[in-house]
Design a protein around this ligand. Structure first.
Ligand code: NDP
Length: 372
């Protein structure tokens, strides 16, 4: 039997028996510790000590197979504060100018790049040249050309490149993937991915094209792009897209507020998606086949994810996404484990190619063909 399926069945059984129950999250939901595989611990340096890195760092305190052993920041005060909090010695603290020196640090296996999008390309390539594995936040890069260069650099250096696609390990998401793979939904006909939130501060990097590379699509719509692929289980062959903007002062040239896009798959299945920086509580996946449906809402937030299918509610337990992600990524990097839904650089590159095509479709009004 597929080891992931086996794992999820054990997870469900253990949830009933409660032996792994160790704590409760901020919502009061049980945070089940998972029977993650035994093995060596992945020693990780976090790069870019901002909002999301804080969440990752806290979640990693519950990891069994991943540990923070290095820090890279442009803010000296954070290096001091985080160094003390997570017991990272001074010799393993770096800034953006000197982090190439991690090549000589035997206490670091991998660097997790959690900086603004435009910085990922150069930073990941420098990590690869230092001989360390790279975990890179989404979007992996600003476009497919950059993404390909990152994939090549990591391959040439003999290191792994993973993308922070935390949903690829989320139990309810994986149950829908399992149902689709098992044919329980029948032939897949339709996917809907709706992802958005109302963005605040107009001066943040997410609204600066130079640092963000775009707008809502780069930041949140990417979940619909990526989700369409793992939910339908195929690679799209065409894209159409339309952009709408209601606030041209806040969303400047090249920073998309709202994009609707459609994807066509080889089987004939279609996806209809919405990405926006102008609507709160937009977080829903819907998959329909000839025999059944699955709906996740919320679908990609930090959780708990909720879902139902034509067979009833999904009952897989909530797990802190980043804890599970980092334990699973340790298994991928150190044991060569293969996740059900890939999280490697090629996976990130596929999304970037589709996003390039979505932007091209918005700019030209023309359907874009996707090949290879
Ligand atoms: P933040 O602005 O909160 O943090 C980014 C950090 O990057 C800063 O605190 C800073 O850390 C560092 N940095 C380096 N150069 C710059 C610069 N020129 N401008 C601003 N910051 C800089 O962003 P987030 O943590 O929210 O996002 C970081 C990345 O993580 C993005 O790629 C985003 O898409 C991704 N992300 C992923 C999520 C997920 O669920 N997978 C959720 C949220 C974000 P320092 O002072 O240490 O140098």
């Amino acid at each position: 039997m597929n080891s992931r399926r086996d794992f999820l069945q054990k997870l469900a059984a253990s949830a009933l028996a409660m032996p792994f129950l160790s704590s409760y999250d901020a919502f009061g939901h049980a945070d089940f510790r998972l029977p993650v595989s035994q093995g060596p611990v992945l020693r990780v340096a976090l790069m870019g000590l901002g909002g999301y890195a804080s969440r990752v760092a806290e979640a990693m305190q519950s990891c069994k197979r991943a540990k923070i052993t290095g820090l890279i920041s442009g803010t000296p005060g954070k290096l001091q504060e985080w160094g003390a909090k997570y017991q990272v010695p001074e010799k393993s603290r770096y800034n953006y100018e000197n982090f190439d020196n991690i090549k000589d640090n035997p206490d670091i296996d991998a660097v997790y790049v959690i900086t603004p999008n435009a910085l990922h390309h150069d930073q990941v390539i420098r990590v690869a040249k230092a001989g360390k594995h790279a975990i890179c936040e989404k979007p992996m890069a600003l476009n497919a050309k950059e993404g390909q260069e990152m994939v090549d650099a990591c391959a040439n250096a003999g290191v792994k490149l993973l993308v922070g696609y935390r949903m690829h390990f989320e139990p309810k998401t994986l149950e829908v993937v399992r149902m689709r793979q098992a044919g329980e939904l029948g032939k897949i006909m339709f996917f809907q991915g709706q992802c958005g939130f109302r963005i605040g501060d107009p001066n943040q990097w997410r609204l600066d094209k130079a640092l963000a590379g775009g707008g809502s699509l780069m930041d949140i719509g990417i979940y619909a792009v990526n989700g369409a692929r793992y939910m339908v289980g195929e690679e799209p062959v065409w894209v159409t897209a339309q952009e709408t903007k209601t606030d041209t002062a806040k969303f400047k040239e090249g920073v998309d507020e709202t994009i609707q896009f459609q994807l066509g798959f080889p089987s004939g299945a279609v996806a209809s998606c919405l990405s926006t920086y102008n609507m709160n509580y937009l977080d829903r996946f819907f998959l329909n086949g000839e025999k059944g449906f699955a709906e996740l809402q919320p679908s990609t937030g930090y959780g708990p994810i909720k879902g139902r299918t034509n067979k009833g509610e999904l009952t897989q337990p909530h797990v802190t996404h980043q804890t599970l992600q980092m334990d699973e990524m340790a298994g991928i990097i150190l044991d060569n484990n293969k996740p059900v839904v890939p999280v490697d650089g090629e996976e990130g590159l596929k999304d970037l190619k589709i996003m390039d095509a979505i932007y091209a479709a918005c700019a030209t009004g023309q359907r874009q063909e996707l090949r290879g």
